[in-house]
Design a protein around this ligand. Structure first.
Ligand SMILES: Nc1nc2c(ncn2[C@@H]2O[C@H](COP(=O)(O)OP(=O)(O)OP(=O)(O)O)[C@@H](O)[C@H]2O)c(=O)[nH]1
Ligand SMILES: [Mg+2]
Length: 460
């Protein structure tokens, strides 16, 4: 497969650091002609004679034109990021110099790397499996502690190890079943069906665990959308400002102040929350703008991962209760917040609503108990799941492959229940192995790889 890939044999070059001005820039080359190309530009030493894992200071020259003073890091196949010969040129951080050096490398025979091509080569050379390679992109994109941790766990092979284990158990069994097929005339069973049943059960459990971790994985990677909903004047914009610790939204005692939705991001305990302040919702209004705003609020409420429903602690109890029932019926993930407790006093507010479960009492304006609210928000998202060290699926491609694998496992289970013959079982087992293998790249095709790596940045 590897050799059939177009351009696989080329030596590639790209800027590995962000484009623009900086203290230094790093240009990376990988491929069989790497040493020859850079050696042609580096007159002071014969790099072909230099050992791997060494650094060399000197000048790069192109036909007697001085390009820059640089430091070269030499890596030789197979002990490099890509598994090929690699040289990293650390030069001065000027876009002009970068262009000149990359141009000189191209003139000597290199070609510009495609996005993700270095990592793709690392994968094709067996330095990383596919799940690990994809995690490299996630690490670069991670912007919170939690997303970084999950990506790092995958890149270091945590997820792959889990899958490998599942796959190997299944392979061992499928070998026995396939053996039965060779002796099909004789009606023998090498594979102990009850042990197999147990194994399939365990596999199902593990697979489903991974599948359900995706919800959390998604949250870690993409953040949680939180709609702040309530009647006009409930204090929604005040709450947004308090949580952000800045005066982002206009606050006033005129009902209907917020007309459009306002979105801002905050990081609580390493998880990104996208807070959405909305227009207040009331039963009757003739104002066209306000009606449009309310429609938008309802839409945001439906789409949100979490709804913070805010009411004034002075509101009538039956009204609040009706609202709670409504939220419950819509099957929304919500937290009910009694605001403005400073107006009637915390003790009195708690007394008034003592028969309500899971209320959070706050004062957005006085910043009372907003820490409790933040904690609850995080709890709601994590739902008690331990994050540390456990394997969390964050990649939609992996998620879909796991779902397919789970389906096949179900089919196998049913097949065993119905005493299906070995050849039919073998089909379902192969399908399951196929999907598990797709995740780590043991099963792959060129289109799929191109698609995955095209989402990387150039130089990675
Ligand atoms: N006493 C007290 N007043 C508050 C509190 N929170 C908000 N307010 C006041 O309530 C009024 C309305 O606040 P906003 O934050 O604009 O309310 P809103 O829910 O965004 O209202 P709309 O945008 O009109 O839907 C303002 O006068 C706020 O100062 C609170 O916790 N305690
Ligand atoms: Mg408002």
């Amino acid at each position: 497969m590897i050799n059939s890939l177009t351009g696989w044999d080329d030596t590639i070059v790209a800027l590995a650091t962000p484009p623009g001005i900086g203290a230094i820039g790093v240009i990376r080359l990988s491929g069989k002609d790497t040493f020859k190309i850079v050696n042609d530009l580096f007159p002071s030493k014969d790099l072909l004679q230099e050992p791997a894992n060494t650094l060399h200071v000197g000048f790069l020259k192109q036909n007697n034109k001085l390009l820059d003073e640089v430091v070269l890091s030499l890596f030789r196949s197979p002990r490099s990021y890509t598994g090929e010969d690699v040289i990293e040129i650390s030069c001065h951080g000027s876009p002009f110099i970068h262009q000149q050096i990359i141009g000189a490398c191209i003139e000597k025979g290199a070609r510009l790397a495609k996005p993700g091509e270095f990592t793709q080569r690392a994968f094709l050379n067996g330095k990383l499996d596919l799940a690990q390679a994809e995690a490299v992109a996630d690490i670069i994109a991670s912007n919170t502690e939690a997303s970084h941790k999950a990506a790092l766990h995958t890149m270091r092979g945590g997820f792959s190890a889990r899958l490998k284990e599942l796959r190997e158990q299944l392979i061992r069994f499928s070998a026995l079943i396939e053996l039965e097929l060779d002796f099909s005339q004789e009606d023998v069973e090498f594979a102990d069906r009850s042990a197999f049943y147990k194994l399939i059960n365990e596999l199902s459990k593990s697979t489903n665990q991974l599948i359900s971790s995706f919800q959390l994985g998604n949250v870690i990677k993409n953040g949680v959308s939180v709609a702040i909903i309530g009647k006009p004047n409930a204090g929604k914009s005040t709450l947004l400002n308090t949580l952000l610790n800045e005066n982002r939204a206009i606050v006033s005692d005129i009902p209907g102040t917020t007309r459009d939705t306002i979105e801002e991001v905050i990081n609580i305990d390493g998880i990104l929350f996208r807070l959405i302040d909305t227009a207040g919702i009331r039963q009757h209004t003739t104002d066209k703008l306000e009606t449009a705003g309310m429609e938008r609020s309802l839409e945001k409420m439906k789409q949100a991962d979490l709804v913070l429903y805010l009411f004034d602690a002075r509101d009538e109890k039956p009204e609040v209760r009706n609202k709670k029932v409504e939220l419950e019926n819509q099957q929304l993930n919500y937290l009910l917040l009694a605001n403005k407790i400073d107006e009637i006093g915390e003790a009195e507010a708690k007394e008034k609503f003592s028969d309500f479960e899971k209320l959070i009492f706050i004062s957005a304006k006085q910043n009372l108990h907003t820490e409790v609210l933040k904690e609850k928000m995080v709890d709601t998202v994590l739902q008690g799941k331990v994050q540390t060290e456990s394997t969390i699926v964050t990649n939609a491609r992996h998620y879909h492959a796991l779902k397919e694998a789970a389906k096949s496992l179900n089919d196998i289970q049913r097949g065993l229940d119905n005493k299906l013959p070995g050849d039919l079982l073998a089909l379902d087992i192969r399908r399951c192995l196929h999907y598990l293998g797709e995740i780590t790249g043991q099963v792959s095709n060129e289109d799929m790889l191109d698609y995955i790596f095209s989402k990387f940045c150039i130089g990675k």
